[in-house]
Design a protein around this ligand. Structure first.
Ligand code: ADP
Ligand code: MG
Length: 615
């Protein structure tokens, strides 16, 4: 070739600037050049395929549509070749010399009203220049699919500009040779790793030094009725790193407000239950089958971290760096759309098969609970998905809040719950007595997290969610036992005795059997909430250490006798009163040191035995 045919061009000013940015700051991971060049090759191949199927005459039409990558560690080169559309001289100069113009955009215009595959849109048109992050020289040899067009060679060091000259003997398509600065990328294993990470789902074979390296189909881009169960399962196991089949699967496509294709899975098991450490979501973000980011944190709320799978959106700028991606408004929108869809999906699953759903809740329910407490915007929708035991359900069976509401008798305004270590202790709790008597359902919460869930939920379906011990519920009937005057005088006796350790002391309207209960004087704190705050060492923070109120049951025989006893035997009455107070605190789970109480209990028993044996 004679030197006269070599034309020197300088880059458009914007390109020179762009190269500065690309090389120095846009991409944090240099390896991304592989993704960009392969996705360009795939785009060009896809465009060619489109022209073929729309009946255009194409030069070398029967050439196999594949992408060939070659590494040469001695020469320090990596070569990426496609049999795609190719470029004419003008296209070369436009596509690789200016940025105002994106070849993909021009292509789309060309297709115009014919409406080509929209997923061919290249959004930002800067990916090619990522080659200069790793290469000191880039050579592009290309020949157009139009028969009459000759071949061309384009070379550049990414600094001053580029040269173009004719090139003989080329087949259709584009070959890009990178003369590497960093010999690392000339190692086949390194390139293979990168291809597998980012380009595994590219819809054409990618051969690396002669061997096909991409194997898994991008199932999410296919229609549901074209996919077998076995294919879904294989895909899940591959992308979700699981050896078991998934518990649930959601495959959906949406066009508005964002174009999304997603294939999401819920694993059978939640490993957090075993390892006690937080899992990371295994949902990866793709744009037109090319990985944008694996496990982006902002894609889904943290409480959905049990999900695995793939989200693909054509609306994402493929070429934008990870940092930029993270705060993009688009990501927030994507998050919102996905969250809503997932909530709807889980609700559908709960209705379709309640028993299967119960197993889901058992494994992943704690994540949803976290969602109620942390995700204000979706709080009620998440709460809908939760399940609890209640005084209505059989042991081991659960109810949803909506079902609870549907059973609420006329006149019941609030939803009641009771936190206890077990169903049995909830059912025998003094706080439950009044509800049992009134035949009102109470949720029995046995997971320590539940209390936080309820505190954050506050309302469901317009009904307040209220702790049983805070509920303003009384018995409908007269309780009998002590007269009002007697009760009042016993109350002031107890207050005098217990002094600063209690707030108010009053006759209870809610106790049926138990002699007494303690009730926190703070309307927002339950006894066990207090205990928990204490455990978290948050003294003083919200005044939770306030003295509890004491409610005694005027109908309880022991209470009735105590009122008589205190006149006859003040010592014994004092001990019994102290013990009643401690018992109430034990029931509420707020007695801190039971040892003092044990000593007194022993004394009381001794007195009893002495009396019984007459000694
Ligand atoms: P984008 O792909 O987003 O348009 P790039 O900077 O990656 O931006 O590429 C710029 C343009 O160069 C492409 O739009 C395309 O027209 C052209 N191009 C790049 N690589 C190839 C290729 N392998 N075959 C044909 N055209 C290519
Ligand atoms: Mg590109």
């Amino acid at each position: 070739m004679t030197t006269q045919t070599v034309e020197k061009h300088s880059f458009q000013a914007e390109i020179a600037q762009l190269l500065e940015i690309v090389i120095h700051s846009l991409y944090t991971d240099k390896e991304i050049f592989v993704r960009e060049l392969i996705s360009n090759a795939a785009d060009a191949t896809e465009k060619l395929k489109f022209l073929q199927t729309s009946g255009q005459s194409i030069w070398q039409s029967d050439r196999e549509l594949k992408i060939e990558v070659k590494t040469d560690s001695e020469a320090k080169t990596v070569t990426i070749a496609d049999a795609g559309l190719g470029m004419t001289r003008e296209e070369l100069m436009q596509n690789l010399g200016t940025i105002a113009h994106s070849g993909s955009k021009a292509f789309l215009k060309l297709l115009g009203e014919k409406k080509g595959d929209a997923h061919l849109i290249g959004q930002f048109g800067v990916g090619f220049y990522s080659a200069f992050m790793v290469a000191e020289k880039v050579t592009v040899r290309t020949r157009s699919h139009q028969e009459s067009e000759p071949g061309w060679e384009w070379t550049s060091d990414g600094r001053s500009g580029y040269e173009i000259e004719p090139c003989e003997g080329l087949d259709r398509g584009t070959t890009i040779v990178l003369q590497l600065k960093d010999p690392d990328f000339a190692e086949a294993w390194r390139i293979e790793e990168i291809i597998k990470r980012y380009s595994n789902f590219v819809p054409f074979p990618i051969e690396l030094n002669g061997n096909v390296v991409n194997t898994v189909q991008a199932l999410w881009t296919k229609n549901r009725n074209e996919i077998t169960e076995a294919e879904y399962e294989e895909f899940y196991k591959y992308t979700g790193h699981d050896s078991k089949a998934p518990h649930y699967r959601l495959h959906f496509a949406a066009d508005a407000p964002l174009s999304i294709r997603a294939l999401l899975f819920v694993p059978e098991k939640n490993s957090e239950l075993m390892t006690l450490s937080r899992e990371e979501s295994e949902v990866h973000l793709y744009c037109r089958r090319v990985l944008i980011q694996s496990k982006p944190k902002e894609l889904l709320p943290e409480w959905l971290r049990f999900l695995r799978g793939v989200v693909d959106s054509e609306d994402l700028p493929l070429n934008i760096s990870r940092e930029t991606m993270q705060d993009s408004a688009l990501m927030r929108k994507l998050n919102e759309v996905l969250t809503k869809r997932v909530l709807k999906w889980l609700e559908e699953e709960s209705k379709a098969d309640p028993e299967k759903y119960a197993r889901f809740i058992q494994e992943h329910g704690h994540c949803l609970k976290e969602g109620v407490a942390t995700d204000w915007g979706h709080r009620e929708a998440i709460a809908k998905l939760l399940r609890f035991e209640s005084s209505y359900t059989e042991p081991g069976k659960t109810t949803s809040l909506a079902e609870y509401v549907s059973r609420m008798p006329e006149g019941q305004k609030d939803i009641y719950w009771l936190q206890a270590p077990s169903r049995e202790s909830a059912a025998s709790s003094p706080y439950y007595e009044v509800f049992s008597e009134r035949k009102q359902e109470v949720l029995f919460l046995t997971d320590p997290r539940d209390e936080f869930v309820m505190e954050h939920l506050r309302e469901f379906d317009g009904k307040k969610v209220v702790a049983a011990e805070k509920a303003e519920v009384g018995l409908d009937r007269e309780v009998g036992g002590l007269s009002a005057d007697e009760a009042e005088s016993l109350g002031s006796y107890l207050k005098g005795l217990l002094g600063d350790r209690v707030g108010a002391v009053r006759a209870s309207k809610r106790l049926v059997e138990s002699p007494a209960v303690v009730v926190d004087s703070d309307p927002h704190l339950t006894a066990s909430m207090k205990r928990m705050l204490k455990a978290m060492n948050r003294e003083g923070a919200g005044g939770f250490d306030s003295k509890p109120d004491l409610e005694f049951n005027p109908a309880n025989p022991m209470i009735a006798r105590l009122e008589k006893l205190r006149h006859r035997d003040p010592d014994l009455a004092g001990q019994v009163a102290e013990q009643i107070f401690d018992n109430a605190r034990v029931a509420a789970g707020v007695l801190e040191d039971p040892r003092a109480m044990l000593k007194r209990l022993n004394q009381l028993m001794e007195k009893l035995l002495v009396k019984e044996s007459g000694a």
